[in-house]
Design a protein around this ligand. Structure first.
Ligand code: COI
Ligand code: CYT
Length: 586
């Protein structure tokens, strides 16, 4: 009995220490400390340390060195797992380490966050959360710029990041890539390989590089390579500014992040160096993880569920995780200009122009096919069976058409395609402004935004139909919805932090991402009442076909008033003008 009591006392005495250990769970952080990426690893560690000092969480961080490759990452992971008290979560950096650790952490049931990992594929669902935008998404943006060159050369680090990226570019630009060479990022002399690139005489050289980009740029220029340098996220390292005479003019894709986030100044103050997106990702990863650990029971399942589909506001800006566990946030173009990393101004007119061209092309195609149909209707009339087939054909030729009708010279809809809209046959639309115009001029017209008999605000393109004697008998019409603009615009804006909206010359907003604004008038609607700078720019838009300005209005999430820069151009179809405007926060 006495013995038993002693044992109980010993157990009771050891409980506080046991629970103290259990209360300080470990987060393992695996970074490429001894490698060509040491600067990146140090920066990530510094960002995490800053958070830990600020929040003093009840978690302990243990750092491990993955060195330069996947094997190094696996070794570091095994060391963490062999500890008496293994980590409850792992944060790892670099695509090649993410790829290697993802199945291992899943197998061991340890929650995994990856940072600095753009080329990464999951084999186990609902396990790994990633803060880096996938290379495939970034490439869609880079491709806008790359498409303006004829001959592309790729020079990439020989690792999961560089090889993954090179493959995507070669897939998308198979006809343009004249040379694709990988290099060992641990080396310092790239001249022999660059000589091969020089022989292929590219007009753009894509560097899938980190800090090495500086030496590569210098060696390339010294060899006489004059190609435009193009890069991706990891290339923005301080080394490049030390060799600005060779790197000036480099254009690359980069997260837009929140330049006003306090961590940016705090980091600079604490470490006397600027933070890059590597540190910013690390900062967001650790701050969210600490929150997630305190909100959940710390199992990999609940931690993953905490992140999946969540939106948070961090140093990366507004971040939304998808169901798979990937973060989403905007990227833009940056460039090295006068020895500084800057947001590239060229992207705004580029995006506006690309959007305009696509809308123009679609309207032109709609216009040409409608003109052809109008000619054919001349002998078939507006209501015959063959005319219905012609309407159906016109509908099929125009992806963005809502429906296609013929209208007689009294203004009555007399035929329609597709068939499911047949209840609108018989509707009198003679009071619509474009119907009045076409009856008066007998020339093709495009309506302003009109309330259609279909029940929505739409745009109507009409061509006159004359019978075989040249007598005006009515018109043929293709109707589109404002969402037509939305589809084109969202396809062009993709992941850039810009908004594109359309205004009619009378001030009516005919397209905006915020659907609630469509149909409102900039000059008269209550919503715009207190936004004088916006109305002023709106007046200038009415007067000139192209221009630029600044205004204040809500940001795209509608909860904050921000200052924006605006450029605009004009879409003109048959003398109807739509102002196409691109705005971005400043
Ligand atoms: C990536 O793999 O996406 C990286 O940015 C890795 C970095 C160490 C170059
Ligand atoms: N609907 C249509 N006006 C309408 O209201 N399809 C063409 C013109």
């Amino acid at each position: 009995m006495k013995k038993f009591l002693i044992i109980v006392i010993i157990i009771l005495m050891s409980l506080p220490t046991l629970s103290a250990i259990a209360e300080k769970p470990i987060i393992g952080v695996i970074l490429p400390f001894s490698s060509a990426f040491s600067g990146i690893a140090e920066e990530q560690k510094n960002a995490i340390d800053l958070v830990v000092t600020q929040l003093s969480p009840t978690y302990e961080i243990i750092y491990k060195d993955s060195k330069a490759d996947a094997e190094g990452g696996v070794k570091a992971f095994n060391e963490l797992m062999n500890m008496e008290n293994p980590p409850i979560a792992i944060i790892s950096c670099a695509s090649w380490v993410a790829e290697a650790l993802h199945p291992l952490t899943a197998e061991k049931g340890i929650f995994h966050i990856v940072i600095g990992s753009a080329s990464f594929n999951r084999s186990v669902p609902n396990h790994t959360v990633r803060f880096t935008i996938d290379a495939k998404v970034e490439e869609k943006q880079l491709a806008y710029y790359l498409s303006s060159f004829k001959k592309l050369a790729i020079f990439n680090m020989d690792n999961g990041y560089g090889n993954g990226w090179a493959k995507i570019i070669k897939n998308n630009f198979s006809d343009k890539v004249v040379s694709s060479i990988s290099y060992d990022p641990q080396k310092k002399d790239f001249t022999e390989k660059l000589k091969i690139i020089k022989e292929n005489n590219p007009d753009a050289l894509i560097l899938l590089s980190a800090g090495n980009g500086a030496t590569i740029a210098e060696e390339a220029r010294n060899l006489g390579i004059r190609a435009q340098f193009v890069g991706t996220r990891p290339i923005q390292r301080q080394e490049l500014l030390q060799k600005a005479e060779f790197t000036n003019g480099l254009v690359y894709t980069y997260p837009s992040y929140d330049a006003n986030h306090p961590i940016i100044k705090e980091f600079e103050k604490a470490y006397k160096m600027p933070i890059s997106v590597f540190g910013i990702e690390a900062y967001d990863a650790i701050t969210t993880l600490i929150q997630a650990l305190s909100d959940t029971d710390d199992t990999p399942e609940t931690l993953f569920a905490w992140y999946a589909s969540r939106t948070y506001q961090g140093a990366l800006g507004k971040v939304t995780f998808d169901k798979v566990g990937d973060a989403n946030y905007p990227y833009l173009y940056k460039e090295i200009n006068n020895g500084e990393f800057q947001v590239a101004e060229f992207q705004y007119p580029l995006l506006l122009q690309k959007t305009k061209i696509q809308i123009d092309n679609i309207f032109n195609h709609m216009d040409e096919t409608t003109a052809e149909t109008a000619k054919l209707l001349s002998s078939t009339g507006l209501t015959s069976k063959i005319s219905t087939e012609l309407l159906q054909k016109l509908f099929d030729q125009n992806e963005y058409s809502y429906d296609v009708v013929t209208i007689d010279k009294k203004g009555i809809i007399v035929n329609v395609a597709p068939e499911n809209f047949k209840e609108i046959v018989g509707e009198n639309i003679s009071s619509q402004e474009q119907v009045k115009r076409i009856h008066a001029t007998k020339k093709p017209v495009v309506s302003k935004a009109i309330l259609t008999v279909e029940g929505f605000i739409g745009f109507d393109l009409q061509h006159p139909v004359f019978d075989t004697n040249g007598e005006f008998i009515g018109s043929v019409s293709v109707l589109t919805e404002p969402e037509f603009f939305g589809q084109i615009i969202s396809g062009k804006v993709v992941n850039f932090p810009v908004e594109i909206w359309l205004m009619q010359k009378d001030g009516e907003i005919i397209y905006d991402v915020n659907k609630d604004e469509i149909g409102r008038n900039l000059f008269t609607d209550e919503l715009y009442k207190n936004f004088e700078s916006l109305k002023k720019v709106g007046k200038q838009m009415v007067e000139s076909a192209n221009g630029e300005g600044e205004y204040e209005f809500f940001d795209s999430s509608q909860n904050q008033i921000v200052k924006k820069k605006l450029i605009w151009t004009t879409i003109m179809v048959h003398s109807t003008e739509f102002r196409l405007a691109l705005a971005h926060k400043i």
